[in-house]
Design a protein around this ligand. Structure first.
Ligand code: P6P
Length: 335
């Protein structure tokens, strides 16, 4: 069977031996994410046809209006992960605190916690621009069989055992890593099966695309301003500015074509906008597994010790040489 005809299920079975922990659990975990992704995809794709678009009327802990699809996606991922009895805890952008799963069941021998951004880029929903789900998976650090604790979620990104995203775009893809490279699977909606379409995805070492919201330019640190001007200079270009306003989509395009995504801190957002635990860490794990790089401008994202569930960090991620050039401008500006 050629690589490209392989289904996600076949790929998981074939590669579970490369996963250094017990094989069956992670497979079941990835399979539950696969199911939730198909259910959410179905709603995202018909959002224009039913009354599921628009704000749900609530505001999440980030102070952002919860779009109905946000709430729907959050519920579906939590429900699927809970029903499959695989995890002991879940943290979500849409939940103020983490959720303990089956703590009353002393037989709960589940070893994994999942952190999710159920629908990233949701402000794009009403204008039919692609959105995504981002997930991050750790093994718990507190004793199995006891209720999960905050320490299980506040682990450094370098402790992740798996991470990935679903991009609901012109086609729906599931892209993930378990620490042995990055592989992309495309959904055939006619039969509801994901097929291996992008084996061993790698960031080109260099690129010509930079993704940043230049509307915030005047608020950026000097090093970021200097890097953006560097990209725009005639002699170093030509670069192309591409910014979708959906991290998963910008990341996915940059990984295929070569590029850099920047969401720096600014005088408006002292820590930047993106959340460390369920946006930056999973995307940084994927980036490094795909020969790319991810930093806050000064340090490796995966080495940052989290202190709060919803903390934000500045985020620079993509082709290795481009991230290192941006870091060079950040260092020079701060020296
Ligand atoms: P801005 C979506 O809300 C998100 O978290 C990322 O997906 C996206 O790249 C960024 O924020 C867009 O933020 O401030 O440029 O609109």
């Amino acid at each position: 069977m050629t690589q490209k005809n392989k289904t996600l299920g076949e790929f998981i079975i074939e590669n579970q031996a490369s996963f250094k922990y017990t094989t069956g659990e992670l497979s079941r975990l990835i399979n539950s994410i696969r199911l939730a992704a198909k259910v959410v995809n179905h709603e995202v794709n018909k959002a224009g046809l039913v009354d599921i678009i628009g704000a749900a009327g609530d505001v999440n802990i980030q102070g952002e209006d919860q779009q109905k699809l946000d709430v729907y996606a959050n519920d579906k991922f939590i429900q699927t992960l809970t029903n499959r009895n695989i995890v002991c805890g879940i943290a979500s952008e849409e939940e103020d605190d983490f959720i303990t799963i089956n703590s009353q069941d002393s037989n709960n021998q589940n070893k994994y916690v999942v952190l999710i951004d159920p629908l990233d880029g949701s402000s794009n929903i009403d204008v039919n621009v692609s959105v995504g789900t981002i997930f991050s998976i750790y093994r718990r650090v507190t004793p199995v069989g006891t209720p999960v604790k905050m320490a299980d979620f506040l682990q450094k990104g370098n402790q992740q055992v798996a991470a990935g995203y679903v991009v609901y775009g012109t086609s729906t893809m599931l892209v993930y890593t378990t620490g042995a490279g990055v592989n992309g699977f495309t959904l055939n909606p006619a039969i509801g099966t994901f097929y291996l379409s992008h084996p061993n995805m790698q960031f080109p070492e260099d690129g010509r695309i930079y993704s940043v919201n230049e509307g915030n330019y005047i608020h950026f640190p000097q090093g970021i301003k200097d890097y953006i001007k560097y990209c725009q200079k005639e002699e170093t270009g030509p670069y192309t500015a591409r910014y979708i306003g959906s991290l998963v989509s910008d990341f996915h395009r940059n990984m295929i074509k070569g590029g850099i995504y920047l969401y720096p801190k600014s005088s408006k957002n002292e820590k930047g906008k993106l959340r460390l635990l369920y946006e930056c860490n999973p995307m940084a794990f994927l980036a490094e597994q795909a020969n790319g790089k991810a930093s806050d401008g000064f340090q490796r994202i995966l080495d940052i010790q989290p202190t709060e569930l919803h903390e934000r960090v500045p985020f620079i991620c993509g082709s290795k040489n481009m991230v290192e050039k941006a870091e060079e401008f950040m260092r020079n500006a701060s020296s």
